[in-house]
Design a protein around this ligand. Structure first.
Ligand code: TXA
Ligand code: MG
Length: 344
């Protein structure tokens, strides 16, 4: 593909509507459009067009057994993809859609296996972003879309990240400004009984349990005993995407974990000095005064910034896992670190 059009859709109005109309036409004709969502940018194609979906794998350089999320614009469109809905699904859709929740359900025959990575289930999400909503609505079909990064690099939370990875490989990149959540949606398997969180996110297991009024299943990132801590990946990968280290920066990422804040801080400084003495360029990824939400929002962008600055080693301090959103933060940190963990 020779040229990628970069279309600014940040300011609502006639021009933006016309640009979104053009992007929707490209989707209908089997093309690829990168678009912003509230979590990360997605790379979309017509979910019912096998060839178009195949082009997503090519552009990303992604293994073709890795299933994609189908994005819809109205809750009723679940029926286009899932064989049936359940009272549980309806409750979660009502509570969290539009929003960063993806539900896995038994797929209709019409949904190509290319989208589902050969599985009989399909992942469905209704994003909370005006650009994504309008694009899907104008295209009139669900969009199969993984995150719009090259396979292996951190997820894109700004159009600039998409341009760095995919310029020349896709038809259109929509410039919609930074994503305000910054980490990918929570994926919950609704075919399991009880439902099971396959990928933690901003919508937490606790949020889902409160909504359903009953306990659900999920993986803990680590056990509460730090000595016996098992990394998240010790569990078999139910969600196939979780088995790839696909959030990794080029620099080595080292995560320091411990219950005692003073000890972890001391270990962090020791590691920094030790490595700098060897001529290694070290960057520190610290929460500082920022909330967990802000840490999540900036996380992938920071990894890319460190790579662009030529940092060789990033050292991060993990928040203690206390449930809620810390589970998602720890999950992404440990994935990016390839389980390169120092326990204190
Ligand atoms: O926030 C998000 O979810 C973003 C935006 C663009 O919507 N998308 C995203 O897509 O993160 P991707 O492809 O990077 O991650 C999809 C995740 C993977 O972990 C994949 O294994 C899981 O969803 N998944 C997709 N279909 C599945 C299925 N049928 N069964 C189990 N897991 C599935
Ligand atoms: Mg991804």
């Amino acid at each position: 593909m020779a040229r990628t059009e970069i279309l600014d859709v940040r300011v609502p109005g006639e021009e933006t509507t016309a640009r979104l109309g053009r992007a929707a036409e490209v989707i209908k004709r089997g093309g690829l459009v990168a678009f912003p969502t509230e979590t990360v940018y997605g790379l979309g194609a017509n979910a019912f067009d096998e060839e178009a979906v195949g082009r997503i794998y090519e552009a990303k350089g992604r293994p073709s057994d890795n299933p994609m999320i189908a994005h819809i614009a109205r809750p009723d469109d679940i029926g286009l993809l899932a064989k049936s809905t359940s009272p549980h699904m309806e409750k979660l859709a009502k509570a969290f859609w539009p929003g960063p929740l993806t539900m896995v359900a038994a797929k209709r025959d019409e949904v190509p296996r290319r989208v589902t990575g050969g599985l009989e289930t399909v992942a469905i999400r209704l994003p909370d972003h005006p650009v994504a909503a309008e694009l899907i609505r104008l295209a009139g079909i669900p969009l199969a879309a993984p995150s719009a990064n090259l396979s292996g690099s951190p997820s894109p939370t700004k159009a600039e990240h998409v341009i760095a990875d995919l310029d020349g490989k896709v038809d259109i990149i929509l410039q919609g400004g930074p994503c305000h959540i910054g980490i990918e949606s929570t994926v919950v398997d609704m075919t399991a009984s009880p439902p099971c969180v396959l990928r933690p996110g901003i919508i937490t297991r606790e949020d889902i349990e409160t909504c359903l009024g009953e306990p659900i299943a999920g993986h803990s990132v680590i056990t509460t005993n730090p000595q016996a801590a098992a990394p998240f990946d010790a569990a078999p990968p139910k969600s196939p995407g979780m088995k790839y280290a696909h959030y990794a920066p080029k620099a080595t990422l080292l995560v320091v974990m411990g219950q005692d804040a003073e000890k972890t801080a001391a270990e962090l400084m020791r590691l920094k000095k030790q490595n700098e003495a060897l001529g290694i360029r070290v960057g520190l990824l610290l929460a500082g005064e920022r909330s967990h939400y802000e840490f999540a929002r900036d996380f992938y962008a920071k990894l890319r910034d460190f790579d662009n600055e030529g940092v060789d080693m990033i050292i991060a301090v993990a928040p203690p896992e206390v449930g809620g959103i810390t589970t998602a933060i720890l999950n992404r940190l440990l994935k990016a670190a390839g389980n390169n963990i120092v326990r204190v």
